[in-house]
Design a protein around this ligand. Structure first.
Ligand code: NDP
Length: 458
């Protein structure tokens, strides 16, 4: 067979696999190159194993709650190596599924580190491939350069491969990865300190979610060392020491570096081929994922737009539909929902209150309550929901929630936002009772109004 392809995709993660399969479905001859395991960050060392670890952590609280419901003798001991073995089996199963899906779609898989030799030539595994189009979908990897010493700590990759739970853990950072693993490892029984320079975790999220998450994490026994700059991490025989800007030192047996990720662009021959990279090393692309070089596209985390799996998949499919399906498609990044799998979880779609207020008059609706399930068992956990509504058009601009099932609930509401739903649409939606989600359609009066009140009807 000749080594000429309609499309060569570099990277068989979620985005690369989705793009390859969609392009092949449109009749393209496609090869995808992968240097590591097929499935990428999300399936192998990210979202999926992280969520399996989160489920494991949830049992401690479930056992506790069960007592409030009349169960006796419910308890147990978490043995991490058992979870690790089951997780390894599951990620292998998923990798098998990805490989099968590629094969069934007629996509050729090449193993090895790919490198652009020009805009239409890719070298991989000793082969030189001619490609009408090249799609770079190589994702990202944990960054170690925020402060000195971080390379000695675990990253999210290694924490998912732990076979033994550390007694004490220092989590460095306050973003998605930091809060999720702080919450999960504390749930499993580790004594966790979360060290972040900002006053609250999750910069960029709605302030009411950030403050409530900080409270909830503290209530679960996590020490929040916030509001002080971080200077450097030191490793010694008995663990790690994190030096802070105020001279204080935080110590723990293990450390997790969660200070962000870098796009995987090194060693791909991109700069040599003329592909423009930004200051962080991400590939610069336009709204159709075109790089600065004709014939080369890029999607997903390597472009550092919205570093979320479903966004990479959507960008990959949009590229394939546009280039091979005669169906020009663009991803609308405005109503991308996202979730943070802490305990309690967070989910959000649309504008934060602060961002919405910058655009015009805003009405804010809230609900804050103890969910039935926890309240009955004597728990103190609360659920908080917020709707950010355009004060003039009544269009719902943002939905924010922290509490049980937030990701599941907000996913459905993201459809409403994508459709341009107004507060009146929420009001005329009949509740499903008894649920937590019904609170989103039962919010009657705004708790705050920013800017001018809506004009009275003539
Ligand atoms: P984030 O960019 O979300 O967070 C990085 C954290 O590191 C921030 O709290 C940041 O602080 C901190 N930081 C960076 N530099 C320094 C420094 N010099 N000193 C002190 N603190 C520093 O990265 P993550 O690794 O958490 O996540 C990477 C990406 O992966 C995210 O963008 C997200 O899209 C994705 N992801 C999504 C998940 C999900 O959807 N549930 C789960 C996990 C990851 P500051 O805020 O002050 O800048």
């Amino acid at each position: 067979m000749s080594d000429a392809f309609d499309l060569v995709v570099i990277g068989a993660g979620s985005g690369g696999v989705a793009a390859s399969r969609r392009a092949a479905a449109h009749g393209a001859r496609v090869l995808v190159a992968e240097a590591d395991r097929v499935g990428g960050t999300c399936a192998i060392r990210g979202c999926v194993p992280k969520k399996l670890m989160m489920y494991a952590a949830g049992f401690a609280q479930a056992f506790e709650e069960a007592r409030g419901y009349g169960w006796t003798g419910v308890a147990g001991q978490f043995e991490m190596h058992r979870w690790a073995a089951a997780k390894a089996q599951e990620t292998s199963r998923l990798e098998g599924i990805y490989r099968r899906m590629l094969a069934d779609s007629g996509v050729e898989l090449a193993t090895g580190h790919a490198r652009l030799l020009g805009p239409d030539t890719v070298a991989v595994g000793g082969r030189e491939l001619r490609a009408q189009r090249v799609l770079v979908a190589t994702g990202g990897a944990p960054a170690h350069d925020a402060i000195p010493g971080l390379a000695q700590a675990m990253s999210s990759n290694e924490v998912l491969d732990l076979r033994e739970l550390p007694a004490t853990l220092l989590v460095v950072g306050g973003g998605y990865v930091a809060v999720e693993f702080a919450s999960i490892l504390a749930g499993l029984g580790a004594k966790v300190t979360l060290a972040l320079r900002d006053t609250h975790p999750l910069r960029g999220f709605d302030t009411d979610l950030r403050t409530r998450l900080a409270t909830a994490l503290a209530e679960r026994g996590i020490t929040l060392a916030s509001g002080v700059g971080l200077k450097g991490l030191e490793r010694s025989d008995d663990g790690f020491a994190l030096h802070r800007a105020d001279g204080s030192v935080l110590r723990a047996q293990a450390a997790l570096n969660a200070t962000g990720r870098h796009p995987n662009t090194a060693g791909l021959g991109l700069a040599e081929a003329g592909v423009r990279l930004d200051a962080l090393g991400a590939i610069t692309v336009d709204a159709d994922s075109r790089s600065s070089v004709p014939g080369v596209w890029a999607i997903g985390d390597v472009t550092n737009r919205f570093n979320l799996t479903p966004v990479a998949i959507a960008e990959g499919r949009a590229f394939a539909d546009t280039e091979f399906g005669k169906r020009p498609t663009r991803v609308d990044h405005r109503t991308v929902a996202s979730a943070v799998f802490t305990d309690p979880p967070i989910a959000t779609v649309g504008l934060t209150e602060v961002d919405a207020v910058e655009q015009g008059p805003v009405d804010v609706y809230e609900s804050d309550f103890r969910p039935m399930k926890t309240a009955f068992a004597g728990g103190s956990a609360r659920t908080y929901m917020k709707l950010v509504v355009d004060g003039l058009s009544e269009r719902v601009l943002g939905v924010h929630m922290i509490g049980t099932d937030a990701p599941e609930i907000v996913q459905s509401l993201a459809v409403a936002l994508t459709c341009g739903a107004t507060k009146r649409d929420f009001d005329r939606t009949v509740a499903v009772h008894p649920t937590a989600a019904e609170e989103f359609v039962l919010m009657r009066e705004p708790v705050r109004r920013h800017g001018a009140a809506p004009a009275a009807a003539a």
